[in-house]
Ligand binder design. Structure first.
Ligand SMILES: Nc1ncnc2c1ncn2[C@@H]1O[C@H](COP(=O)(O)OP(=O)(O)O)[C@@H](O)[C@H]1O
Ligand SMILES: [Mg+2]
Length: 496
C-alpha cells in the first residue's frame, strides 16, 4: 500500500512530466489527464470523448487503438499519428490498465515525439532517391530482376544497349528474354558456383544478349544475387557493350601479327641477302664452265644431256637467288607518282599471252579518275604479277580473275582487290602464306617467296596486304596503299 505522501508525490511527478499522460475508459471517455496534457489542449479534457478532443472526430476512430488493446490486453505503439490536434508527427504508447478481475478497465496513453525516427525516415528517403539517381544515371546498363525473372530495375543505359524502352523493360521484360538461348540459366548457374568472382557473384563475364530487333550483341557482365538475410530476393547485373572493345582487341592482334611478320622479314632479309651473294658466284661458275664444256668438246649424247640438265638446274637456282635478292632488296627505290590502273593493265597485258591464262576470264573493275600513287613501279609490277600468277595457278588455268581498284571512303587510301574462283586458301595455312619459303606447290613449281616479297613491297610503300576467302569460294587479296606514298619516301630514298 502506498502512503498518502507517496501518492501525493506520484501525482506531482505525473503532473510535472512534460509529456501527455491521458487515461481513457472503455467507452472512450477521458477519465484522467496530467497537467501537461491539460495545458496542451488549453482546457480540462477530463470527461470529454477522446475521439472528439484528441482527434477532432465525431465518432470513435476506424482503427481505434483503444478497442484493439482491450481486445489483445497488450500494450501497443502507434506512431506517425497526425490529426487536426496533433499537427506534428507523434508516437503514442498505449498501455492497458487492468481491473481487479483482470479485464482491461481503461487505457493509458503516453505521447512522445519522434525526432529520431522522423529524421531517419527523411534520411532514408533522401538516400533512396540518391541510389535511384545513381542507378538511373549509371553509364553501365543496370537490370535487376526478382526471383521469377521479372525485371524491376531497368535504367537508360540498359535501354540504349538492349533497344527496349525503359517502359517495356519494366513492364514486359523477363530476364530470360534478354540473353541468347540458355544464357540467363547459365548466368544463374555460374552465380551459384565459385567459378567467377565467388559465390553469389559473377565478374567480367562475356555473354551475348539479344536486342529488341533480334540483333546479337556481346556484353561484359558483373552480376550478383541480392539476399535479404538468407533469402535470395533478386539478381542485379551491371553491363556494358563490348563491340568497340572487341574491335580494338582484334585490331591489336592484327597489328601484333603484322609486327611479328615485319620482324621476321627484316631478319630473314638480311640472312637471305648474305646467302644469295654467297651463292651467286659459284652458280655463275657452274653455268659458265658447263657452257664451256658443252661448247668446246665433242660429247656423247647422254653426257651432253646430263650437262644440259646441270645448266637448267643452275639456271633455276639463279632465278631463286634473284628473287631472294629482290626480297632482301638493298637497292634504291625510285618513288614516282604512278597510275595504278595503268600499271595493273600493263601487268595483265604481259601475262595474258601466257598459256596459263588462255582459259582465264579477266574482269577489270577499275575506279575512274584515281589520283596518282607515289611508288616504285618496278616493285609494284612485281607485286601485282606475283598475286595474279598465284591466282591463275590456284585456278589451274581455268576460272575468273577479278581485279578491282577503289578509293577508301576517307579518300586517304587506294584499295586493290584481286580475287579468283580457285579453291581458296585452307584456313589452317592462312597465317603462314606470307612466310618466306612457305609453299604448297610441288618442288620446282613454287619458291614460296612470292607472297613474302609482295608483303615486303607493300610494307615499303607503307601499305597493308590481307588475304581471306570468299564465302562462295576463291581467295581474295586486298592491298591498301596510302595516297600520300611511302612514309619517309622521297625520290631515290633507300628503303630496302
Ligand atoms: N590465290 C590463291 N589461292 C589459293 N592459295 C594461294 C593463293 N595465293 C597463294 N596461295 C597459297 O600461298 C602459298 C604461298 O604463295 P607464294 O608465297 O606466292 O609462294 P608459291 O606461289 O611459290 O607457292 C602458295 O603455295 C599457296 O598455297
Ligand atoms: Mg607464288
Amino acid at each position: 500500500m502506498r502512503s498518502d505522501v507517496e501518492k501525493e508525490y506520484l501525482l506531482k511527478a505525473v503532473d510535472s512530466f512534460t509529456r501527455q499522460i491521458i487515461v481513457v475508459s472503455r467507452n472512450y471517455k477521458i477519465i484522467a489527464a496530467n497537467q501537461f496534457a491539460k495545458e496542451q489542449f488549453g482546457m480540462d479534457i477530463v470527461g470529454e470523448a477522446c475521439f472528439k478532443t484528441l482527434w477532432g472526430c465525431d465518432a470513435p476512430c476506424d482503427e481505434c487503438p483503444i478497442a484493439e488493446i482491450i481486445r489483445t490486453q497488450e500494450p501497443a505503439l502507434v506512431h506517425k499519428t497526425s490529426s487536426l490536434v496533433y499537427k506534428r508527427t507523434y508516437c503514442h504508447y498505449f498501455y492497458p490498465l487492468f481491473s481487479d478481475e483482470g479485464t482491461v478497465d481503461a487505457v493509458v496513453m503516453l505521447d512522445f515525439d519522434v525526432p529520431f525516427l522522423e529524421g531517419l525516415e527523411e534520411k532514408l528517403q533522401r538516400f533512396n532517391s540518391f541510389l535511384r539517381n545513381l542507378i538511373l544515371s549509371s553509364v553501365d546498363g543496370v537490370i535487376a530482376a526478382d526471383t521469377k525473372g521479372k525485371v524491376f530495375i531497368f535504367n537508360d543505359a540498359a535501354s540504349e544497349i538492349s533497344g527496349y524502352t525503359v517502359y517495356e523493360g519494366l513492364n514486359h521484360l523477363m530476364i530470360q528474354d534478354i540473353y541468347v538461348g540458355d544464357g540467363a540459366w547459365e548466368i544463374m548457374r555460374k552465380l551459384r558456383s565459385d567459378e567467377q568472382g565467388g559465390k553469389g557473384k559473377l565478374k567480367s563475364y562475356q555473354v551475348d544478349i539479344v536486342r529488341k530487333n533480334g540483333e546479337k550483341l556481346p556484353i561484359s557482365l558483373n552480376a550478383a544475387i541480392v539476399y535479404e538475410g538468407e533469402k535470395e530476393v533478386a539478381t542485379i547485373g551491371f553491363f556494358h557493350d563490348l563491340r568497340d572493345e572487341i574491335k580494338m582487341r582484334e585490331k591489336l592482334e592484327r597489328t601484333q601479327l603484322q609486327l611479328l611478320q615485319a620482324n621476321k622479314m627484316a631478319s630473314l632479309g638480311k640472312l637471305s641477302a648474305g646467302v644469295a651473294h654467297q651463292l651467286n658466284n659459284p652458280l655463275g661458275s657452274i653455268t659458265l664452265f658447263t657452257k664451256l664444256v658443252l661448247e668446246e668438246h665433242e660429247l656423247q649424247e647422254e653426257v651432253q644431256e646430263d650437262l644440259e640438265r646441270i645448266l637448267k638446274d643452275a639456271q633455276r637456282c639463279r632465278d631463286t637467288v634473284k628473287e631472294l635478292l629482290e626480297f632482301a632488296r638493298q637497292t634504291r627505290y625510285q618513288i614516282k607518282p604512278h597510275d595504278i590502273n595503268q600499271a595493273l593493265s600493263r601487268t595483265l597485258f604481259l601475262l595474258d599471252k601466257q598459256t596459263l591464262f588462255h582459259n582465264i576470264e579477266i574482269e577489270k573493275n577499275f575506279a575512274e579518275e584515281l589520283p596518282l600513287i607515289p611508288g616504285d613501279i618496278q616493285q609494284l609490277n612485281h607485286l601485282f604479277m606475283n598475286l595474279i600468277i598465284n591466282a591463275a595457278q590456284a585456278m589451274e588455268g581455268n576460272g575468273k580473275l577479278s581485279i578491282k581498284t577503289e578509293l577508301s571512303s576517307d579518300r586517304q587510301k587506294l584499295a586493290i582487290v584481286i580475287s579468283d574462283t580457285g579453291p581458296g586458301i585452307p584456313e589452317d595455312i592462312l597465317p603462314q602464306i606470307f612466310d618466306p619459303f612457305f609453299t604448297t606447290k610441288e618442288e620446282g613449281e613454287g619458291t614460296g617467296l612470292g607472297l613474302s616479297l609482295a608483303y615486303s613491297i607493300v610494307k615499303n610503300h607503307s601499305g597493308t596486304i590481307e588475304a581471306r576467302n570468299k564465302a562462295e569460294g576463291g581467295a581474295v587479296f586486298t592491298i591498301e596503299l596510302p595516297l600520300s606514298g611511302p612514309k619517309n619516301g622521297e625520290d631515290d630514298t633507300k628503303i630496302g
